[in-house]
Design a protein around this ligand. Structure first.
Ligand SMILES: O=C(CO)[C@H](O)[C@H](O)COP(=O)(O)O
Length: 252
């Protein structure tokens, strides 16, 4: 890990600085581990990851790197293909070197809320298969405690037939309310890449997220939660002034 970070630091110092917050953070992130050859990289979902993939593709083409990409969603798959990157999957590459992804909120311990784009399940699977998991976000996702910045709640992917009982159980056990996410340009609910529904759980107070994550996952019908606990080891925040703030997880 130390070697990876040292290499990354050297590379970061040499990159061309961009002016915009997310671009800069993404550029730094795309250099994670100095992107040596023969890396398997997990590609996250959302709007911020697009900047990182732009930069990754630039480096792959310019430096003729041999990088294989595993997507976390339909969107990520399209991004990989559109950038001419090598597409793979967990069948062929069940162990990744690094996964790069966005986040809706990141607290001081690098606990994340993810799934604003509805891709939390595949994102968590890919991150879980990666030696290193790195987050890129802008300053609006940087938070002291979950819920302070992100007001839309914790996304929870559920099997469609179970959304009502799961929603009731979550409200009963942990308070707040878990609402079915509705689509915007389609009648009815959002349907995930895995053909499931999403509940957005608006919690009322700070909780022990590790325990809550485990307890919610035990409810029949829950596929995955958007709580990423002890998974990310580094977060890059693009700040308003174009600088980048880096936060590392504490080594336990
Ligand atoms: O978890 C996600 C999608 O499921 C995204 O990574 C998260 O919503 C952040 O997105 P953006 O980069 O657009 O802010």
């Amino acid at each position: 890990m130390k070697i990876v970070l040292t290499l990354e630091f050297c590379w970061c110092r040499s990159i061309l600085r961009d002016t915009l917050d997310r671009t800069t953070a993404s550029n730094q992130c795309a250099g994670y581990g100095a992107t040596p050859n023969n890396q398997v990289v997990g590609v996250g979902s959302g709007s911020t990851i697009v900047f990182a993939v732009d930069r990754l593709a630039e480096r792959v083409h310019q430096e003729k790197l041999n990088i294989v990409c595993v997507p976390t969603s339909f969107q990520a798959r399209q991004l990989i293909l559109q950038h001419g990157l090598t597409l793979s999957d967990l069948d062929r590459h069940p162990e990744l070197d690094v996964a790069i992804d966005g986040a809706d909120e990141v607290d001081t311990e690098l606990t994340l809320i993810k799934g604003g784009g509805g891709c939390l399940t595949q994102e968590k699977i890919v991150a879980g298969c990666s030696k290193h998991f790195v987050v890129i976000a802008d300053y609006r996702s940087n938070s002291k405690a979950l819920g302070q910045q992100w007001k839309k709640g914790v996304p929870i992917e559920v099997i469609p037939m179970a959304y009502v009982p799961v929603s009731r159980m979550i409200a009963k056990c942990f308070g707040g309310e878990a609402n079915l996410r509705m689509a915007v340009s389609k009648a009815g609910p959002v349907v995930t890449d895995n053909s499931n529904f999403i509940l957005d759980w608006k919690f009322e107070q700070a909780l022990n997220w590790k325990e809550v994550n485990t307890a919610i996952k035990m409810i029949p019908g829950v596929v995955e939660t958007g709580l990423f606990v002890s998974m990310a080891e580094r977060a890059y925040f693009g700040m308003e002034d174009g600088s980048v703030q880096v936060r590392d997880a504490l080594v336990k």
